[in-house]
Design a binder for this molecule. Structure first.
Ligand code: PLP
Length: 278
């Protein structure tokens, strides 16, 4: 975990605050639920602005309710005005109105607040999590505002129109759409190599594949760990390395016996450990 070190008095002085603007997964595998767990694993106080409520389990998305735009903005404003926000992670947005609302809500934050944009398009089950007619709005309003964008290969191909391109070309093409840094995640590939590109340097961040694990929520976990590390003040490359490492560990600890479909990741690696009785 990010904070595997015992806290000391001096460490307790600073508690980074990270905000997830994303959808709720009733099955607890992805979305807001995964994000808050990842924030906790990284020693960061997690806050949420819920964009959409999905009724889903490990096999299917049954229903989606879009939260009204003014309520999304109100959630961001409420936490920004009182608790403060050191970094933001953006996940499922659903439709163009929500993309517009979130772009406006970012104005509530201090200028320069790091933003990690995970351009969630489609669930593993095939459910559409961003209306295709909203892709253009996402590209125009949010990609240029992102400190780090974290598409997987299918997402990067959909956003750039480069339907056959490989990760390095995709990283360059997505960066051309405006984010400071792009991390094309490789979790679905045979290797789990991520490709990091900051406009000057391109790095491959290799990792092990955990085919026996459970990966639902791995993208959410990756982007949330990355945001948490930025909230701690880490540089994007170090944050991307940590995100790759913890997302892979969360897959390896994934809950393969929970639900009848692809199980949730477990970034905390605590599931099934009964609390000791006092
Ligand atoms: N956000 C929500 C609410 C979801 O339901 C999903 C997938 O089902 C995602 C994000 C993306 O999940 P993953 O991290 O597996 O890409």
């Amino acid at each position: 975990m990010c904070g595997a070190v015992a806290p000391s008095a001096s460490m307790a002085l600073r508690i980074p605050r990270a905000l997830s603007i994303a959808g709720s997964d009733s099955g607890g595998g992805a979305g807001i639920q995964a994000d808050v767990k990842a924030f906790a694993a990284c020693g960061v106080h997690g806050m949420t602005a819920i964009t959409s409520i999905t009724a889903q389990n490990t096999t299917t998305v049954v229903a989606v309710h879009t939260v009204p735009a003014d309520v999304i903005v109100a959630q961001v404003r409420a936490v920004a005005q009182d608790l403060g926000v050191d970094a933001v992670k953006i996940g499922m947005l659903g439709n163009a109105s929500t993309v517009e609302a979130v772009a406006g809500a970012l104005e509530e934050l201090d200028p320069g607040t790091p933003v990690v944009l995970d351009p969630v398009l489609v669930a593993e089950s095939g459910a559409v999590l961003l209306d295709p007619t909203a892709h253009r709005t996402l590209i125009e309003l949010l990609l240029p505002r992102a400190t780090v964008a974290t598409p997987n290969v299918p997402e990067a191909r959909a956003l750039t129109g480069l339907t056959q391109a490989e990760p390095a070309e995709l990283a360059r093409a997505v960066r051309g759409l405006g984010p400071d840094v792009v991390v094309v995640t490789g979790g679905h590939l045979d290797t789990t190599t991520d490709v990091f590109f900051d406009g000057d340097h391109l790095f491959e961040l290799p990792g092990e594949r955990h085919a026996d694990g459970a990966a639902h929520g791995s993208g959410c976990t990756h982007s949330s760990v990355l945001a948490a590390a930025l909230a701690w003040g880490w540089e994007p490359l170090a944050a991307a390395r940590l995100a790759r490492e913890l997302a892979a560990a969360a897959v390896s600890h994934g809950l393969v016996r929970v639900g009848s479909g692809p199980g949730p990741v477990d970034v905390l690696a605590r599931a099934g450990i009964e609390p000791a009785l006092a």
